[in-house]
Write a protein that binds this ligand. Structure first.
Ligand code: ADP
Ligand code: MG
Length: 713
């Protein structure tokens, strides 16, 4: 399913080379023309002037106007990096950071990782010569831990600010502070900004402190330029937050888009999406299709269904290629979405809301919008966070339909009745208001910001949510009784690029001598859907999974899969997937065992990255072998906050929150229903499902988590 093999150039020698060179020139010419015709090209001078005059600028422009790809180049060309400082551009999504960096490197005619690079969690493609650096907003936050004044940047561009991810919101508050510090009397009291140092125990302290001092002195010479970019046309909120900052508007270019609704609500939106794709393919003229889905699993299942249905069409009507694009997609595959379809073929892009504003894919004429999005949701009373599928906002629906009218008139198929549109909320609630803040609180504490409630957030999260997060961090041992970062656990947890609860799990696993197993679990849980269940081979897939299943639960099952995959390669467990033959063997093994190869490879990469981190922290990766008792006890010590007890009716009660939950059918414990379990994830659909479970002994809870379960007497 991807592109058909392109016709290889078999000519030999000079002629072939000449031909290649011509193609290269043609491509360069095309790119240069495309760039000149972007709406933002006409305001280059104005933007450069405004950035020169103002330390904070808000740039608003419709998706596709050229903000992300062009603006950093304008500033580079205007000499903003002459002092050796870099331009940092943050994106809420990994895919956007990667694909845009690749595009801009090509536009600049440089090798990726040189002048233009990107850095996302678990993947850094930059070098000392990188001057335009695309990265996720979360990654820049982590950089601030080591370089509190972000001294290597002269300009920071916060892109896609309208998305209001929790990282963007925290970053805005932090950057406001950093900017102030860098333009005022900073050399006098540098250490104030890095309280983290004060109680750091290792030798890094001194060198970091002197670096900070140097950074401050350098930074004093150079105030930080801050640019906030947004695709939502309302800049007022950002402008007010930054003390009345100036906003520049980039005129967009939009063709009319015909919006079509269904007459009735659709009971099965996946089926409706599939039908609409084929309806467009068979009845409409040429033009690519963009369908918005909620996640990797959905995208993969639709992709299979499309190919299944294509096989039943006459030969000449099968000319569809499908390209998925979602955040966890390995970066080599992400660029496929941008490649034009071979002539005569129609490209169907299956995307998450990444394609709403973060990346602009050329050639789209038809948009299919089921009107749903996967979002985080948090209940501060119970302290539980879950992923739920909810209706989009009006603003999101409009952004989605806009994707059809970039190059000519288009059509958008909203898979819900028109009357429902009116019921949608106007805009999306910022994520900071609907997620668990433990991670944010930990990071802010590590940055020396102790008063979380008093922090200058653009939109304040509820006091209750903050208090709940502080409590959770206290229970995990990350904070001391007076809510300071604890040493060494709190510092170690802040350093690991993981959710606090997973960081803690690794630290504990080191003590329990099962760090290898915990690394496997954390890596496998960081990717979506390891198991692959095609509808047409469901029985075989079930049998395949059974061979890995452990009566102990899903965590041990994941360990079994990982170990078996390593064994099939006949190498040590640490092999990377870069080698071609290894990759082929692994793919073959995955197909035979109904394992999702993409996800497994991603998990293996994550494994080696986190392994690097924990080794740097002085831990050694030891295995508990077959002693799964030890491992389960460690899981209990780590995930005690998510323990649940079976009720007489076969449902479970989550002990911490008191919620009634039930085991997700995908769990290996779905049938055996043990008395007591710990779980990792709560998924709310029409039920409260828990996923990724391990069977435990309830007596372990007071023994291994006395801070929570021991009765006070
Ligand atoms: P904005 O940030 O304002 O939404 P971008 O800078 O992302 O706009 O995109 C500008 C133009 O560059 C778009 O028209 C898009 O089609 C094109 N473009 C961006 N990335 C790629 C890519 N990887 N391949 C081809 N074209 C791209
Ligand atoms: Mg953009």
């Amino acid at each position: 399913n991807g592109h058909p093999p392109s016709s290889q150039n078999h000519q030999k020698g000079g002629k072939a080379q000449q031909h290649q060179q011509q193609q290269l020139f043609a491509r360069k010419r095309l790119i240069s023309q495309q760039r000149k015709s972007l709406p933002i090209a006409s305001v280059e001078r104005r933007i450069v002037d405004e950035v020169t005059k103002n330390d904070i600028l808000i740039v608003v422009g419709e998706t596709g106007s050229g903000k992300t790809t062009q603006l950093p180049q304008f500033l580079f060309n205007a000499g903003f990096c002459k002092n050796g400082k870099a331009i940092g551009v943050t994106q809420p999504r990994r895919v956007a950071a990667v694909t845009v960096a690749k595009r801009v490197a090509e536009e600049c005619n440089v090798e990726l990782g040189q002048k233009v690079g990107y850095a996302i969690r678990f993947d850094d493609v930059t070098s000392s010569s990188t001057r335009i650096k695309y990265m996720t907003d979360g990654l820049l936050l982590r950089e601030a831990l080591l370089d509190p004044l972000l001294s290597r940047y002269g300009v920071i561009i916060v892109d896609e600010a309208h998305e209001r991810t929790v990282h963007t919101d925290v970053l805005l508050g932090l950057l406001k502070k950093v900017q102030l510090t860098r333009s005022h009397s900073i050399a006098t009291e540098p250490v104030n900004n890095t309280k983290t140092d004060v109680d750091m125990s290792n030798a890094e302290v001194n060198s970091q402190r002197s670096n900070t001092l140097k950074a401050c002195q350098n930074a004093k010479l150079l105030p930080l330029k801050l640019i906030i970019m947004s695709a939502s046309l309302d800049a007022k909120g950002f402008s007010e937050y930054f003390g009345g900052a100036k906003a520049v508007y980039v005129q967009g270019r939009q063709y009319p888009v015909d919006i079509l609704y269904t007459y009735q609500p659709e009971p099965d939106y996946l089926d409706a999406t599939l039908i609409t794709i084929f309806q467009i393919h068979l009845e409409e003229g040429p033009g690519d299709i963009l369908a918005f889905l909620t996640g990797q699993e959905e995208i993969e299942s639709i992709e299979k269904l499309i190919h299944g249905r294509l096989d039943k069409l006459p030969e000449d009507r099968r000319k569809i290629i499908t390209v998925p694009i979602y955040s966890a997609l390995p970066s080599e595959q992400q660029m496929n979405a941008f490649k034009p379809a071979p002539s005569g073929f129609r490209k169907v892009i299956l995307a998450t809301n990444i394609a709403e504003t973060s990346v602009t894919i050329p050639g789209i004429k038809f948009v299919i919008d089921p009107g749903l999005v996967k979002a985080r949701s948090y209940n501060p009373v119970t302290g539980t966070e879950s992923l739920i599928i909810i209706p989009t906002s009006k603003a999101q629906a409009q952004q989605r339909s806009g994707r059809a009218g970039r190059e000519g008139p288009g059509k958008c198929f909203r898979l819900y009745p028109e009357s429902e549109f009116g019921n949608l909320s106007d805009s999306t609630i910022p994520e900071i208001k609907r997620c668990n803040l433990s991670n944010v609180v930990l990071q802010l504490k590590a940055l020396g910001i102790d008063d979380i409630i008093g922090f200058d957030f653009m939109e304040k999260p509820s006091r209750m949510t903050i208090v709940k997060s502080l409590e959770q961090l206290l229970l995990l041992g990350a904070l001391t009784d007076d809510y300071k970062l604890s040493d060494p656990i709190g510092h170690q947890m802040a350093r690991l690029p993981l959710d606090p609860i997973y960081s803690k799990a690794l630290i504990l696993a080191n003590e329990f001598k099962c760090l290898e197993e915990m690394l496997i679990v954390v890596s496998m849980l960081s990717v979506e859907s390891i198991f692959y269940f095609p509808r047409e081979k469901i029985e075989e897939a079930r049998a395949a999974r059974k061979s890995f299943s452990s009566p102990d639960g899903d965590h041990v099952t994941l360990v079994n899969v990982y170990r078996a995959s390593a064994e099939c390669l006949g190498k040590s467990r640490m092999v990377t997937t870069k080698d071609k033959t290894i990759e082929r063997n692994l793919n073959k093994w995955c197909i035979e065992n109904f394992i999702n190869a993409r996800s497994l490879k991603h998990a293996r990469d994550i494994y080696s990255q986190i392994q690097g981190h924990v080794q740097q922290m002085g831990m050694s990766v030891t295995s508990c072998g077959d002693d799964m008792l030890q491992f389960r006890r460690c899981l209990t010590a780590a995930f005690f906050l998510n323990a649940a007890l079976k009720q007489p009716d076969g449902m479970y009660r989550a002990i911490a929150s008191g919620q009634t939950v039930q085991i997700h059918p995908s769990s290996v414990l779905f049938r055996s229903k043990p008395e007591c379990i710990i779980f990792n994830e709560l998924v709310r659909t029409n039920h409260n499902y828990i996923r990724n479970l391990t069977r435990i002994d309830p007596l372990w809870l007071p023994e291994l988590a006395p801070q929570y379960y021991a009765s006070p007497n």
